[in-house]
Ligand binder design. Sequence first.
Ligand code: FAD
Length: 398
Amino acid sequence: MHNATAQHDSPTRIIVIGAGAWGTPAALQLQDRGYAVTLIERFEAGSLFASSGGSSRLWRLADTEPWRARMLAGTVGAFERLGERVGEPVFRHTGMLWRDVPSLPAARAAIAAIGIAHTEVPADEVGNFIPGLRPDGRDAIFVPDAGVVLADVLLSRTLAAFVAAGGTYLPQTEVVGVSTAGGLATVALTGGAELDAEQVLITAGPGSGAILQSLGLDISLTPYLEQVVYFGDPLQRPPAPDLPALFDGPTDAVPGIYAMPSGGAGYKVGLDTPLRPLAGGTLGDDLGRAEVPERTEVIRARVERDLTHVTPTVLDTQVCTWTDSADGDYVIGRVRPEVTIACGDSGEGFKVSALLGELLADVVTNVPVDVELMQHWSPERFAADAPAKTGPSAMGRH
Ligand SMILES: Cc1cc2nc3c(=O)[nH]c(=O)nc-3n(C[C@H](O)[C@H](O)[C@H](O)COP(=O)(O)OP(=O)(O)OC[C@H]3O[C@@H](n4cnc5c(N)ncnc54)[C@H](O)[C@@H]3O)c2cc1C
C-alpha cells in the first residue's frame, strides 16, 4: 500500500457510506489524496447503535493464521501514521496475554514466523503478567506490543481531520439503496434525495446487508448484539489498575472472555458470546441496546473469580453490534466498477481500522494492493456456495 495522488482521469467524487472504524479512516485517506469525499452516516460517527462506539478495543497483534498475523503486523505502522496525521496517538501498547489451549501452538508459530516478540508464560506465572489473574492450569503467551485501540479518540480525531481537510460529512442521513448506470453510482437517501458519485465505498457495518441487497448482492452477513461491562472502584481515579489486555479462551466449563484497560472508564470485560442476532439480519429498526442484567452478572462473577486485582463493581455497560461473515473473515473488494464493499467485520475489525483506511483508499482508487489479503477477503469467495453458518465465529479460534 502507498499513497497515490488523484490523476486527471481518476474519479473525483467518492461517497463513503458509514462513519465507523472502517469508513472514517478511509474517507480521510481519500480526501487527503485529493478526491472530493462525502461521508454519509445514518446516526453519528461511533454511534452506539452500530459497532464502533465506546472508548477501547482489543488490539491482539496475534492470530493463528500466518497470513492474518502478517496483516496484523502491518497495523502497527498504520496506527502510527494515522496518529501522526490526526495529531494524537490512537492506540496504546499495553501488552496482551493470550491463554487458550487449542489455539496457542498455532498463534505462537504464526507470530514467531513474522517476528512479533512474545514471551512464553507457564500456567502458574500468568499473575506476573496480569497481576491478580487466577492461574487455571493453562499456559499462555504474552505479546508486549499488543494493546488497546483508543476507539473514541481514533474516530473523533479522524472525523475532525476529515472535515478540516474539506471532506463533506452528512450525519443523521440514511442510505436506502445504491445503483449504478453509465459509469456513475447513485446513492438513494430516505426522503427521496439522491447523490451521484464516480465511486462508492460501502462500510455500513450491520447496515451493509440491506444496502448490498439493493445492488442485487446476497452476501451472507449475520449481525449480532454483544455486551461489555466496565469494572473498577468508583472512588478511585482511574477506577482500575492499568493492567495489560487479556484473551482468555473458552474451556468446557466457561465461555471465553476478553478484557482491556479503558482509562477513566475502568477495566472493560466482554464474554465472547453474542446476546442475539439482529432482527431480520440487518440494522433496520432493531435499535434496542439495553443491558442484559444476567449477562452483566455472569461477567461480574468471572471478574470476581479470575481478575482479583480489579474491583468487581459494575461502572457501566455497553451493548453494540458486530457482523459475522459466513467464514469469519472480512468481506472486502470491488463488486461493481463503481462500488467497493468492506463489511463482515466478524467482531474484530477495530484493530485493522487504520490499516483498512489505507487499503480501502487504494482499492477504491485502483492502486495495486496486497494480492494475498484481497484473495482471502474477496466477496467472490462466496460466489458459488457460501459455507453453511453454524454459529458466531469464536475469537482466536479461526
Ligand atoms: C462488544 C463488542 C466488542 C468488540 N471488541 C472488539 C475488539 O476488542 N477488537 C476489535 O478489533 N474489534 C472489536 N469489536 C468489533 C469492532 O468494534 C468492529 O469490527 C468495528 O467497529 C466495525 O467497524 P465498521 O466501520 O465496519 O462498522 P460500524 O461501526 O457499524 O460502522 C458502520 C456505520 O454505518 C452506519 N450505517 C449503517 N447503515 C447505514 C445506512 N443505511 N445509511 C447510512 N449509514 C449507515 C452505522 O450507523 C455505522 O455508524 C467489538 C465489537 C463489539 C460489538
